[in-house]
Design a protein around this ligand. Structure first.
Ligand SMILES: [Zn+2]
Ligand SMILES: [Zn+2]
Length: 541
């Protein structure tokens, strides 16, 4: 090629590159007007193939599928991630960063420093925690009605914005009704904020039988009995007029879509896969026949397929209302999970909360610890403790000497690989590393420090122990920690205006909000920096 030819060719390439951003701005396709985030709780990427989840697979294949996505924060828990996804912030900037919340600023009115177990908080308390931090949520950016629906308050309250008068939050609420007339209030009514009449109608479709005696065998079988089913909150059940589990969530979502056609944002959180994996482990292959064995409802294979069906139903509703072209669908999870090959809780009926928590708050007392925790508690410095796939200690005495001593005790607990003390907005490792295999070590080296620092806040734990793979102090299947199986998540964006693409970047849950805003042409708000970054998704032009 002559020198002149080379220059002409190079010139053409430069011109072509220069043209790309210009034509991208002059896009013919209108950006999506709505966003629907679909979360399947504790959804491992491998489930798509293992359980042949064809509706989930279709979303991934039709859209932009990030195959190496990472959760990207700790604690890797429901109550944390549902707010990370809808705020674009790390837990250390959110107002709470683990299952246990230390109310340093007396936001909830039980005194400065009071402890709260987040799984027993309601939407109004989450709103108080949000208001105290004062950052915008997804619903503020979208500027219209936001709907958050799912079985659990810890999923739907943090996802929504309870104070917004036009927003709707719906979950399965408390046992306060006797819809079958057996003289016991063992039916759960819909809970939430601004619950519409067509959801709350007394003893109608959205009430479910939640008799704690209805356990589908999980109440009497190890290891499920630590955290057994309690009626039809996570199980589908057999009462066609009051189906529970993920069918309840899809039915509620579809009813809301029909009745609130101008919604701008929606979070739909399917909670049953998480429950089955907690009870039996993430590898559960229990009763999976296509028959009518009622016990199959209490296992992962049935539940994963049922969740997939619900994803299909919700997307079909978008189609039926002609909304698919203007709706960006984000399909992801709030964490992965792992099975306890080395287990350090106590395997007994209803031990779940006592394995997870050590401490007492205003309405609960969980001071019956598993023996494995004894050396940590013996330091006398445990104000509250929480342990699942990681161990978190809120200390009584925060002096450097006391924290060092507590971290040293933490480091000696079974299968702890590294022990950390909080130092402002980061954690500092204390003492030697514990035993790991090479794979665990490489993962720890690459990810642990970045992950643990995302939860460093005054309301978060003062001392943290990271655990080896496949270790749990909570129940048989668990999450919370830094491990690969907990941190690897599915993440797909689907909208007809996107070019289908497989991507290899490590997008994180915190990047979802900025990525959604970028695609929707919505500017971030001045004075409210985001922790996530926007990924540019490839549009058709
Ligand atoms: Zn979860
Ligand atoms: Zn869970």
């Amino acid at each position: 090629m002559s020198r002149a030819r080379v220059i002409v060719v190079l010139g053409a390439i430069v011109a072509a590159i220069a043209l790309v951003p210009i034509s991208a701005h002059a896009r013919a396709v209108e950006p999506p007007k709505r966003v629907m985030i679909v979360v399947i709780d504790q959804f491992l990427p491998e489930y798509v193939d293992r359980f042949d989840m064809e509706n989930v697979r279709a979303v991934m294949d039709d859209g932009v599928n990030f195959r190496r996505a990472l959760l990207g924060h700790m604690a890797a828990e429901t109550v944390i991630t549902h707010n990370v996804l809808t705020s674009g912030l790390f837990p250390k900037h959110m107002g709470w960063s683990d299952e246990v919340f230390r109310d340093v600023d007396d936001v909830l009115g039980e005194g400065a420093g009071a402890y709260h177990v987040t799984s027993s908080l309601g939407c109004s308390q989450f709103e108080a925690m949000l208001a105290a931090e004062g950052y915008p949520k997804l619903d503020d950016y979208l500027g219209g009605q936001f709907i958050s629906v799912g079985q659990k308050p810890t999923a739907v309250c943090p996802a929504g914005h309870p104070a917004d008068p036009e927003d709707i939050i719906v979950h399965i609420g408390s046992r306060n009704s006797d819809c079958d007339g057996d003289g016991t209030n063992n039916w759960r009514s819909p809970g939430g904020v601004n619950i519409p009449d067509y959801i709350s109608a007394n003893c109608e479709r959205f009430y479910v039988d939640a008799a704690s005696s209805t356990t589908y065998g999980t109440g009497t079988t190890s290891p499920a009995w630590m955290y057994p089913l309690d009626g039809n909150r996570f199980a589908v059940g057999t009462d066609e007029d009051h189906l529970g589990g993920d069918v309840w969530t899809a039915d509620a979502a579809i009813e809301l879509m029909k009745n609130e056609p101008s919604w701008k944002g929606m979070m739909i959180s399917f909670g049953s896969v998480d429950k089955m994996a907690h009870m039996w482990g993430t590898d559960d292959d229990g009763p999976s026949g296509e028959g009518d064995d009622v016990y199959e409802q209490a296992h992962l294979p049935y539940t994963a397929r049922k969740a997939d069906e619900q994803v299909g139903r919700v997307l079909a509703q978008l189609d039926a209302q002609g909304l698919r072209d203007e709706t960006l669908v984000v399909l992801t999870t709030d964490h992965g999970g792992q099975t306890a090959e080395r287990y350090h809780g106590l395997d007994g009926a209803n031990r779940g909360n006592f394995n997870w928590y050590y401490g007492a708050d205003g309405d609960e007392d969980y001071r019956e610890p598993q023996p494995a925790l004894a050396p940590l508690i013996a330091t006398g410095n445990v104000g509250f403790n929480y342990q699942d796939g990681h161990i978190a200690t809120w200390a009584n005495d925060n002096s450097p000497e006391a924290l060092e001593r507590t971290a040293a005790a933490m480091r000696r607990l079974p299968d702890v690989i590294a022990s950390y003390v909080r130092d402002g907005d980061r954690y500092r490792r204390v003492g030697p590393l514990g035993r790991m295999n090479l794979r665990e070590f490489i993962w720890w080296l690459r990810h642990a420090k970045g992950l643990i620092d995302t939860m460093a806040a005054p309301y978060g734990p003062d001392v943290v122990g990271l655990l080896r793979d496949d270790v749990s102090y909570g129940v048989e299947g668990d999450h919370g920690g830094h491990q690969a199986k907990i941190q690897r998540i599915p993440m797909a964006f689907s909208w007809p205006g996107l070019k289908p693409q497989k991507r290899g970047e490590r997008i994180r849950a915190v990047d979802v909000l900025p990525t959604v805003l970028e695609l929707m042409d919505i500017d971030p708000m001045a004075g409210h920096p985001l922790d996530g970054r926007a990924y540019r998704l490839p549009r058709h032009r």
